[in-house]
Each structure stands twice: as structure tokens, then as C-alpha cells.
Design a protein around this ligand. Structure first.
Ligand SMILES: Cc1cc2nc3c(=O)[nH]c(=O)nc-3n(C[C@H](O)[C@H](O)[C@H](O)COP(=O)(O)O)c2cc1C
Length: 171
């Protein structure tokens, strides 16, 4: 069994959370591979692979080309570091093109700290798309929080490691 943690990230936070989840899975005895959407496009999941898919919340849901362009403009305006994976496809596009017929999966997102009713959660849209591909949910989706300044809230990386460990136990 291979677990693939597939992420989209503009400013690196979702990437860091994906790596932390991968560490937690591995610590829990389930080795995981962490891939950006571009890498996962080149090396798609195989039959029986477990998918853990994560994305930043944009416009209350998954990013689109225009929100990623907006994120790039915001990066230069606010001197934010851009993740090496930022020019790759969004999770929305990666999932739409995914040629997979089911298996086990779950989702995570990053979003601004606040009530989910106000911020939205990209992971809900990911779950819907995974279910359309006949994936069965192995764990409830999780959100990891960033500040308004686009930095992970302290403790979120550690929480992601713990979530990965819990996921390993569920698998
Ligand atoms: C264009 C744009 C739209 C956003 N919309 C939302 C939103 O609706 N809700 C929210 O919680 N955060 C929103 N954010 C903040 C992102 O969720 C945040 O930048 C992201 O979690 C950081 O992850 P990353 O570093 O992996 O890109 C938005 C950010 C951008 C750039």
C-alpha cells in the first residue's frame, strides 16, 4: 500500500502541512510519498494507492486560475515567498483530469483562522471530487490554519504530524 499526499500551495503553507502529514504517516508505520500536483500529474496514483489531497482555501473553496493569479499579484505586493510548486495545476484541475476508479482517500486544506462557515473549506470540495471518482473516505477532512499574514498559526505543523499519525492508525 502506498499513501500519496498530493498538495497545491501558493505560499508554502499547504506544502509544509503536506510534508508534516507525510512525516506523521511514516512515524505511524505507513510510509508516505508527498507530491505536488505537477509531480502527481507526471507520476499518477496507481490502483490501491491511498490519496491524501490538500489545497489552500481560495474564494471559500478550491482555487481557480484567476485566484492563483490574484495570489501571485498579492505575493509581489506583500513580499510573500512563492512556493516552488505554485505554477503547477490546482487540485481542482488535477482531480478533474485524474484517471482513477476509486480506492481510499481523505482531504485537508489550509484556511484563515476563523469560523469555517465564514472562511469556507477547500477540503469539502476535494471530498466531493474524490467521491465523484468513487473514492471512499478513510478519515474526516481536516483544516490547518494560517494567519491573515499567510503564516501557519503556531502549533499547526505539529497538529498535522499528529493527524498523519492518526491516519496511519486508521489505515
Ligand atoms: C485569492 C485568494 C483567495 C482566498 N480566499 C480565502 C477564503 O475564501 N477563505 C480563507 O479562509 N482563506 C482564503 N485565502 C487565504 C488562503 O487560504 C491562504 O493564503 C492559504 O491557506 C495559504 O496556503 P498556501 O501558503 O499553501 O498558499 C485566500 C487567499 C487568496 C490568495
Amino acid at each position: 500500500m502506498t499513501v500519496l499526499v498530493v498538495y497545491e500551495s501558493m505560499y508554502g503553507n499547504t506544502h509544509r502541512i503536506a510534508e508534516a502529514i507525510g512525516r506523521g504517516l511514516t512515524e505511524g508505520g505507513v510510509p508516505a510519498e508527498v507530491r505536488s500536483t505537477a509531480e502527481a500529474q507526471r507520476h499518477p496514483p496507481g490502483a490501491g494507492d491511498v490519496l491524501v489531497v490538500g489545497a489552500p482555501t481560495h474564494g471559500h473553496g478550491l482555487s481557480r486560475e484567476n485566484s492563483r493569479e490574484q495570489a501571485m499579484r498579492d505575493a509581489s505586493r506583500h513580499h510573500l515567498d512563492v512556493d516552488g510548486s505554485a505554477t503547477g495545476p490546482g487540485v481542482r484541475e488535477w482531480l478533474a483530469a485524474l484517471d482513477a476508479q476509486g480506492g481510499r482517500a481523505t482531504a485537508f486544506d489550509t484556511r484563515v483562522k476563523g469560523p469555517a462557515m465564514l472562511t469556507g473549506r477547500a477540503s469539502q470540495k476535494i471530498v466531493r471530487a474524490l467521491e465523484e471518482h468513487r473514492y471512499e473516505l478513510v478519515a474526516e477532512p481536516e483544516s490547518f490554519l494560517v494567519t491573515m499574514g499567510n503564516e501557519l498559526v503556531p502549533g499547526e505543523e505539529e497538529r498535522a504530524v499528529a493527524w498523519g499519525r492518526g491516519l496511519a492508525a486508521a489505515l
